[in-house]
Design a protein around this ligand. Structure first.
Ligand code: FAD
Ligand code: SIN
Length: 485
């Protein structure tokens, strides 16, 4: 899949240098905001016609611990992340493991500052906290019930702040095709806009995202066994190879996350790009059922685990895509906690409101069994211990439920360029490549085998800001007063 297929009008060359940020998702916007706040001029390039990348779609929230919104003590964020990273983490060499540990420490310890920054300086509401899969405590932050989903509110607020800065320029429909290196230092990029090539000079922050939508391209190359699955991402290739072209090393490229719950829209079951059924739907109390109306898994386990159980137990749905027949069910309490999400899913026809009577005896028995677990009358056979805002205790035929069909979907790529806790991109010898930083989904090594829900927005904010700070210092030294001045 080509990464550059757009044809907008040509753009005039810019003679002076800037810090160049590639990708307008949360990682790129975080870097750009830290740069402009230090009076550094920024040009942000994005190949898409609109800014926001996958970040703008984020639906469950951003992790932070401890924060002013997070109830109770939580010393487990680092350990939960290591556990989720699995054998990719534990099986790595000592040197590699040290790097992975430092990335995990940076992101988990930096989470409080990241949430504080978004709330206090960017002005985003992150006052609701949910517990999601693989987390020992609630730590995924989003806005109040009636607000926008977290990705849209964070991206919108950052763009608004940047739009007001004379130091910032966003160029959309501009696809970076080459990273320029002179005397071992990164000095700019080449990009294509329409039919024209352009060169920009300056240090480079790469925040170009992942490749989980490139099912026929990079997904098939690194994980042929996942070909045929639908995705939550648009069908675009990743840009990691541009960094390989200047000596960067890639890691964990075969570690591709399959999220257990993409909506299977009855109006178009063959859609290759699916709306995500946010993990918060389960976090706030929702359950998963097989065709026989029974639960089959602890819905609060990691995505990797829930997906594996679905693909091993559920019936497949006929068609060209590989899809499974699973139902997501919420009671009124869980649905009310996600009011604006639910309104969207109901409006789109991805979920429907119904009654237990309509769902039949098998589902009623299952839901009563779960309600007994939630109210402490019995222990969960699957070990679930967190139930969000589920309220239904005594199931009646008229009890309201919300249901939707879901299926596993490609969602996130854990692999990418090797980088360090200063967001510097590393070469084959583990040395930083001068003038080049990376942040967000384009990087690899942090999540290992499975990314925890909510930790992608977090890594974008943490490492995006670090990249911004590092590039600002470099620009001042090398471009304002140094050899490139
Ligand atoms: P992106 O936001 O994807 O931005 C990358 C940008 O780079 C894109 O705009 C792309 O056009 C541009 N680009 C790529 N190559 C080039 C090039 N060569 N030249 C110019 N531009 C280029 N994570 C969470 O933590 N919490 C959530 O609740 C959550 N919900 C999600 C819901 C959905 C539906 C999806 C799809 C993902 C969700 N994620 C969530 C994951 C998370 O949103 C992404 O992994 C993360 O936002 C990636 O951010 P990024 O800045 O690295 O890249
Ligand atoms: C989701 O809302 O389920 C996605 C969260 C994430 O990818 O972290």
């Amino acid at each position: 899949m080509s990464t550059c297929t757009l044809h907008p009008p040509p753009i005039q060359p810019t003679p002076q240098s800037h810090v160049l940020v590639i990708g307008s998702g949360l990682a790129g916007l975080s870097a750009a905001t830290n740069l402009t706040s230090q009076n550094i001029p920024v040009i942000l390039l994005d190949r898409a016609p609109k800014p926001g990348g996958n970040s703008i779609k984020a639906s469950s929230g951003i992790n932070g611990s401890p924060t002013r919104f997070q109830p109770g003590p939580d010393g487990e964020f680092y350990n939960d992340t290591v556990k989720s990273a699995g054998v990719v983490f534990s099986g790595s060499t000592l040197k590699e493991r040290e790097l992975r540990e430092s990335l995990i420490a940076t992101v988990t310890r930096g989470s409080k500052d990241a949430v504080d920054w978004l709330v206090d300086e960017v002005g985003v509401d992150l006052s609701q906290v949910a517990q999601l899969g693989g987390h020992s405590f609630p730590r995924t932050h989003r806005g109040g019930k009636s607000g926008k989903p977290p990705g849209a509110s964070i991206v919108g607020a950052l763009l608004e702040g940047l739009d007001g800065s004379s130091l910032f320029e966003l160029r959309t429909n501009c696809c970076v095709t080459r990273v320029l290196k002179e005397a071992e230092e990164i000095v700019g990029v080449e990009y294509v806009a329409g039919d024209e090539k352009h060169i920009l000079r300056g240090p480079v922050v790469f925040a170009s995202g992942g490749f989980a939508g490139d099912v026929r391209g990079m997904v098939s190359e690194y994980r042929p066994d996942l070909a045929g699955l639908p995705s939550t991402n648009e069908a675009r290739g990743g840009s990691q190879s541009l960094l390989e072209g200047v000596g960067a090393k890639l890691v964990d490229m075969d570690q591709i996350q399959v999220h257990p719950t993409g909506f299977l829209d009855g109006k178009d079951e063959s859609a290759t790009v699916k709306f995500l059924a946010a993990e918060a739907l389960r976090g706030e109390g929702g359950i998963l059922l097989l065709g026989d109306g029974k639960r089959f898994v602890n819905e609060m386990e990691t995505r990797e685990h829930v997906t594996d159980v679905i693909t091993g137990s559920a019936t497949t749905v006929e068609g060209e895509l590989r899809q499974w027949d699973v139902t997501l069910l919420l009671d009124e309490g869980a649905a009310a906690a996600l009011d604006s999400h639910m309104q969207f899913y109901l409006w789109k026809g991805l979920m429907r409101k119904t009654t237990m009577g309509d769902l039949g005896q098998a589902v009623t028995d299952t839901v009563q069994g779960y309600a007994d677990v939630v109210s402490g009358r019995k222990k969960d056979e699957f070990g679930r211990a967190a139930f969000g805002n589920w309220m239904l205790s005594e199931v009646q035929p008229e009890s309201v439920a919300y249901v939707g069909k879901v299926t596993p979907v490609l969602h996130f790529t854990m692999g990418g360029v090797i980088f360090n806790s200063h967001s510097q991109v590393l070469d084959g010898q583990g040395e930083p490549i001068p003038g080049l930083w990376a942040a967000g989904e384009v990087t690899g090594g942090l999540h290992g085998q499975n990314r925890l829900a909510g930790s992608s927005l977090l890594e974008c904010a943490v490492f995006g800001r670090i990249a911004g700070n590092e590039a600002a210092a470099f620009y001042q030294q090398h471009y304002l007063f140094g050899s490139n001045a």
